[in-house]
Write a protein that binds this ligand. Structure first.
Ligand code: SF4
Length: 736
């Protein structure tokens, strides 16, 4: 009766009577696996398989991709638009026209009463790029609010910010094939086998062909750390100290690539001066890695003919995430490891199309990596869209994590949430709950009507899922791939593209703007906007040579892929950026940035003696809105648990597979204990996927550059609970 369950449900294997296979791309993580969906004789979806001809996954899929076909008819899907006057009333069925009219008039009412920016829009990394582009056009060009951002602020904002500060532009410069060329791989805060299993498989395949050192930096002994040659169990939040100490060794031993530094970078003297404060003798006491290991790792990295770094949330979700990214870039620039086979700074992106929103959604600027702050770029977009340039704001508005506090202070009165679930994903759940209650108007657009945030909506738009739509995704290695609509929309749900187009018709500016009826029309507009120059050099994000037909044929094309590339027979695209040592900054040189460490995290103390760390499990994606409905994903990982060190547990009299209460300064959560040596004595780890769990506890201080929250650094205490009550609570939670 471990989980309060009396009877086990059998695990089912999907039947495979396939008549026809349809091509599409996975809609979970940013790996970008090509998928084929199997349809039966009567056009029912029966299974999924990896596409053997796709370079990304070469026929493989992880558990989420293998079961993705079960999404189409999964429980909780929205069937009809819903509305109500007050959030505590019952949501009632309405028509699309009513739901759209109500929303448009509420947006206008709020904007007239409180100002344009009093209505905010928050989107996601889960839509197709054509939808992002159209939402940006609607929000920037028609609605006219400047408080528009994506939930990608929770996962990738620090990578974006760090790339921009170093290289002058967002966009990961490397590719998966770099695994096959590198002589050393260093992974920071990334549990690749669980977070991005197919990228891990690509790495493993490369390692089996040719061994090279694998160094994993992580406070926890993750699955990836267990496979590493060297594991650096760093003190949480001190990665800048470790990298500065490595650079101290590299520079003081003359191991840097001075020719590359002189030709392609600026700011070396400042970095050289700063790292003198980070002698490994001193640094070891801050970052928790002994001085000999720091020296050893620095020498291995610098002496390798090519070396690469990858990272995910261990770097990004920190109060100095942007600095962490800039410092990884520093390390690679001073060792000449940018733009060469096997030498790169490759941020492993989170959501399937976080890249698409970064590129085209206009969230933090204007489409195609243009800036609101740049007068020429504002004019260019206003002309292309057919609006008055003064309608566009002159600088970026609030980031997603600043929009919520602005509800608290009364600055924001209305909100449109698109495929995002802040009730589970944002730090400090109880504060978010109060903010949502305070809104005068909330519209939730999601595939699932039982998504937790919908408890507070006034209008609900049921959106179509994944392969009920058409459009592109860009993956971690800048590869644009196509989602093809395999099935028509479920019930009366509609593609997000359709919803944005219909909403646009209800705003005055749309009379002079074009909103193409089909996603391919939006894609063609993006192609047009991707041409041209930036800082006197050809635009890096150029997709003008691509077409849907070419993308499917190639199983994805990496940008830049210019008009002239499109005229050739090659469908390869560009594997690496900055191979010529020229960067899209004004000077053409990359910025080496001195990164000083400051310690502003909540730390374990007498009252709250444990670090709380959070992360993903392989079976689930983000807030389980989808994977929580897929039987076999959920069966393998049905409930929240907490990894705890057995010695710490013995001190507190806590046993394996008992329930405990975790308490922080924000709230509490009841979890099941899993005793393991994966975590040190002063740390616990809880997966972040579960509602009313780890984010009831997190603090989420923000990075000053990226506004990304520090999900992974706060402190908690552990208390005993009544086991029968806790088991009952667990059963209730698992009815979802
Ligand atoms: S690795 Fe990512 S993209 Fe590939 S099947 Fe799994 S979830 Fe989908």
């Amino acid at each position: 009766m471990l989980f309060g369950r009396k009877k086990r449900k059998p695990i089912t294997i999907p039947s495979k009577q396939v008549k026809e296979w349809k091509y599409t791309t996975c809609n979970y993580c940013s790996t970008g696996c090509s998928i084929e969906i199997g349809l039966s004789e009567d056009k029912k979806i029966v299974t999924t398989r990896g596409h053997a001809g796709a370079d990304v996954n070469r026929g493989k899929l992880c558990i989420k991709g293998l079961l993705e076909h079960e999404l189409f008819e999964s429980p909780g899907r929205g069937t009809e638009p819903l509305s109500r006057e007050k959030h505590f009333e019952k949501l009632e069925k309405t028509t699309w026209d009513n739901a759209l009219d109500t929303t448009a008039s509420k947006i206008k009412e709020i904007q007239e009463k409180y100002g344009k920016d009093a209505f905010a829009v928050i989107s996601t990394g889960q839509l197709v790029t054509e939808e992002f582009y159209t939402l940006g056009k609607l929000t920037r060009g028609c609605i006219g609010t400047n408080n528009y951002d994506g939930n990608t602020t929770l996962c990738m904002a620090s990578a974006v910010s760090g790339y921009k500060r170093t290289f002058g532009l967002d966009g990961p410069p490397g590719c998966y094939e770099d695994f096959e060329h590198t002589h050393c791989l260093m992974a920071f805060g990334s549990n690749l086998p669980e977070q991005h299993p197919i990228i891990y498989w690509r790495l493993k395949e490369a390692l089996e062909k040719r061994k090279f050192p694998l160094i994993v930096v992580d406070p926890r002994v993750t699955m990836f750390a267990q496979f590493a040659d060297i594991h650096l169990p760093i003190t949480p939040g001190t990665d800048c100290v470790l990298i500065n100490a490595m650079m101290f060794v590299i520079i003081n031993e003359g191991l840097q690539d001075q020719a590359y530094i002189d030709a392609s970078t600026q700011g070396f003297d400042e970095v050289k001066a700063l790292v003198q404060d980070y002698d490994p003798k001193t640094a070891q006491h801050i970052c928790g890695i002994d001085e000999d290991t720091i020296r050893n790792v620095a020498r291995i990295y610098a002496k390798a003919p090519s070396a690469m770094s990858i990272w995910t949330m261990g770097i990004n979700q920190s109060t100095h995430g942007s600095d962490g990214v800039a410092n990884i870039n520093n390390l690679n620039l001073i060792t000449g490891n940018i733009g060469i086979p096997g030498g790169t700074s490759l941020s492993i992106t989170g959501q399937c199309n976080a890249m698409g929103t970064r590129e085209w959604s206009s969230c933090s600027g204007l489409p195609g990596y243009r800036y609101l702050e740049n007068e020429d770029e504002r004019q260019e977009i206003a002309d292309y869209w057919g609006i008055d340039v003064d309608f566009l704001p002159k600088k970026r508005g609030l980031a997603q994590t600043d929009i919520f506090p602005a509800i608290e202070t009364g600055e924001i009165k209305g909100l449109w949430l698109v495929a995002t679930n802040p009730m589970t994903s944002m730090p400090n759940t109880s504060r978010i709950r109060k903010m949502l209650e305070k809104l005068e108007f909330l519209v939730v657009q999601d595939v699932y009507e039982d998504v937790e945030t919908n408890q507070y909506s006034h209008v609900y738009f049921p959106a179509s899922v994944w392969a009920e739509k058409q459009g592109c995704h860009t993956n971690t290695e800048r590869r644009v791939n196509l989602i093809d609509n395999v099935l028509p929309p479920y019930a009366n749900s509609k593609p997000d593209f359709w919803i944005f187009n219909q909403m646009a018709k209800r705003f005055e500016n749309s009379k002079t703007m074009s909103f193409p009826d089909e996603p391919e029309g939006a894609f063609n507009e993006m192609k047009e906007l991707s041409k041209g120059t930036h800082n006197g050099r050809p635009r890096t994000l150029d997709i003008s040579g691509m077409s849907y037909e070419k993308i499917i044929k190639a199983r994805g094309i990496q940008w830049p892929y210019r008009e002239e590339d499109g005229q050739s027979t090659s469908l390869k695209g560009t594997q690496r950026l900055y191979s010529d040592g020229v960067f899209p900054t004004k000077s053409g040189k990359a910025n080496l940035l001195p990164i000083k460490f400051y310690n502003n995290n909540e730390q374990p103390c007498g009252e709250y003696p444990f670090w709380l760390n959070s992360g993903r499990v392989v079976e689930h994606f983000h807030t389980r809105t989808r994977t929580g409905k897929i039987g076999n994903c959920n069966k393998f990982s049905p409930t929240a648990y907490m990894e705890m060190n057995p010695d710490a547990a013995a001190d507190l009299g806590i046993t394996h597979q008992s329930y405990v209460r975790l308490t922080s300064r924000r709230g509490d959560a009841v979890v099941l204990v899993q005793l393991t040596q994966r975590v040190p004595r002063n740390m616990v780890f809880v997966p972040f996927h579960y509602h009313d769990c780890v984010n009831r506890l997190t603090l989420g201080l923000l990075d000053p550059h990226s506004r990304q929250p520090a999900f992974k650094q706060c402190s908690v205490r552990i208390e005993h609970v009544d086991q029968a009550e806790a088991a009952k609570l667990n059963v209730e939670r698992r009815t979802y």
